[in-house]
Design a binder for this molecule. Structure first.
Ligand code: FAD
Length: 508
């Protein structure tokens, strides 16, 4: 029996029957994430894992990592793969640990207001479970219907409700982690609560993108369900008005629960798909929650503010619809075969400048882009542009990827930064941190994971399938070349299938 067969048998033995697979189909399914990558990317990365395992318990995860160590196999932790930077995709094959299978809600500690979950629990399910007990999680990614708790925490976790309740970092109380050695640790003392004492390691693993270990249990802060919950929607003539309104909201005396915006192109895309959608230059969605009297006061206050900023309040029906749609931002991806989403944090007072520069880039690269986002605190906007793509036209799809890099450069220019490094954007770390800090981060990775076992060759460096490292200069050169290539193509069109043919559209 050859070595790899013996290794596979060991992995199969580490999990319960039916929770191991080396079938081509399962490996194919786990060889990509949200971002549709053209097949040609396989020349650079071995994106197909050799095996996929679906553990149920932390001890099984520890055993899988120990086996990977003994056979020198790379390990890739994977949640719902709804992140688009390749973090959950292997770059050198090996074993993919599909943590969606660890989906148990372990219990609620009412006294401390903490829920304990396994990493594969999906946000929406957790919220529904808590609602039935009089609680809610007010912070989550807008991909909540599919994204896992472990995945969001590992990517740093900003999202719906961060404006009032903070990010993952503010709400994770403790983690159990399987280290690359196969040892298990707890990152904080159970009694640390909101005021962690000595050596709380939680922050080290929140946002580490699975590069320092595999999160196997999570303690999260939860809150009593609010008495009143009211979404509102304001329509504006254009994005200049939208961003001016956001600046005013961020400086306001009161604080909504959630503040989100969507540009007019998003609704144009929906109309091109044949859906009903409002005509607008852009909308701001303000959501309020809390005691009823307080919510009423906040609505009155912000209604006056939004009207003064040129906003028109839409009907409650539209507002409810917008709130329900918060998790389906990429509906229009059906116009292509997929959508690629970029994400940056931008100072709120610079968001308008970022938009103007981004629109210049969109024109240069002849693309169709929509932008949406939300405030995550009083000074920061999460800015999420997305474009439609068709990876079957692989040269064009590949060249379009440079848009994300170029957009992140624009954000950096105005004091912003990208959210997420993963595999494809790993070199962006050089735009986010100074050299000394990067050296320290690399040392931390080397100390905890000397063999680069778990998500090696990602996050702090970009490594290809044969262990070839790609530095920031080569990466920049490659991206610039791709951007130039994209400009040689005719302007992007979005098409929707109709009986007997296609109709196409363009937007300015
Ligand atoms: C429509 C849409 C809306 C989105 N909205 C938001 C948003 O509001 N805010 C936001 O932050 N992101 C958002 N995202 C991006 C993405 O959905 C989130 O980051 C999501 O939380 C990732 O969870 P996941 O389970 O899909 O993780 P995956 O994509 O599977 O994994 C993400 C990373 O975490 C690692 N990982 C996964 N599980 C573990 C674990 N248990 N232990 C260690 N490492 C692990 C993986 O290796 C990978 O590097 C959105 C995406 C889409 C498609």
């Amino acid at each position: 029996m050859i070595e790899s067969d013996i290794a596979k048998r060991s992995f199969a033995a580490a999990v319960k029957p039916g929770r191991f697979s080396d079938s081509p189909l399962e490996r194919l399914v786990t060889s990509h994430d949200l971002a549709p990558m053209p097949k040609v990317a396989c020349l650079a990365f071995k994106m197909m894992p050799d095996v996929v395992v679906r553990p149920k318990e932390p001890e099984e995860v520890a055993e899988i990592v120990r086996i990977a160590n003994s056979w020198d196999w790379p390990v890739t932790p994977r949640g719902a793969a709804s992140w688009g930077f390749g973090g959950a995709v292997p770059n050198k094959g090996g074993v993919t640990v599909d943590l969606a299978s660890m989906d148990r809600i372990i219990g609620l500690d009412v006294e401390r207001g903490i829920v304990r979950v396994q990493p594969g629990v999906v946000w929406l399910r957790l919220d529904e479970w808590l609602n039935r007990r009089g609680y809610f999680v007010p912070y989550y990614p807008s991909s909540a219907p599919g994204a896992t708790v472990g995945g969001w925490i590992s990517t740093g976790g900003v999202g719906v409700g961060s404006y009032k309740y903070g990010t993952a970092r503010d709400n994770v109380r403790s983690l159990q982690v399987v280290l690359p050695s196969g040892q298990m640790i707890n990152t904080a003392h159970l009694l640390d609560g909101r005021h962690p004492s000595q050596f709380d390691l939680t922050c080290l693993f929140v946002g580490a993108e699975g590069s320092l270990g595999i999160v196997t249990t999570i303690d999260l802060q939860v809150y009593p369900k609010p008495e009143s919950f009211v979404p509102t929607t304001y329509s504006f003539p254009d994005m200049d008005h939208v961003f001016n309104a956001l600046v005013q909201i961020s400086q306001a005396r009161l604080k909504p629960y959630h503040v989100a915006f969507v540009d007019g192109n998003y609704f144009r895309f929906l109309r091109a798909m044949g859906r009903e959608a409002i005509e607008t230059g852009g909308v701001v969605n303000l959501v309020f929650e809390g005691p009823k009297a307080k919510v009423d006061e906040e609505i009155r206050y912000f209604d006056a503010l939004m009207t003064a900023m040129g906003g028109v309040r839409m009907s409650d029906e539209v507002a409810q619809h917008e709130w329900k749609e918060r998790s389906y931002e990429l509906r229009s991806k059906k116009l292509g075969t997929g959508a690629v989403i970029g994400e940056a944090l931008v100072p709120v007072d610079k968001a308008l400048l970022v938009t103007h520069d981004m629109l210049k880039l969109v024109r240069k690269m002849k693309m169709n882009v929509s932008v949406m986002g939300y405030l995550i605190d009083r000074s920061t906007v999460a800015f999420l542009p997305f474009y439609l793509t068709d990876e079957r036209r692989w040269i064009k799809a590949l060249s379009s990827l440079s848009f994300v890099k170029k957009f992140l450069d624009i954000s950096n220019k105005y004091g912003g930064r990208g959210v997420g490094l993963g595999l494809f954007m790993a070199n962006n770390i050089y735009k986010m941190r100074d050299r000394n800090t990067i050296e320290l981060l690399k040392k931390i990775k080397e100390t905890i994971d000397p063999e680069g076992r778990i998500n090696g060759g990602k996050t702090t460096m970009l490594q290809l399938r044969y262990g070839i490292k790609v530095g920031p200069r080569l990466f920049r050169f490659g991206m610039n070349a791709l951007a130039l290539l994209k400009r040689l193509y005719p302007r992007d069109r979005y098409d929707r299938p109709v009986p007997g043919g296609f109709t196409g559209g363009e937007h300015e």
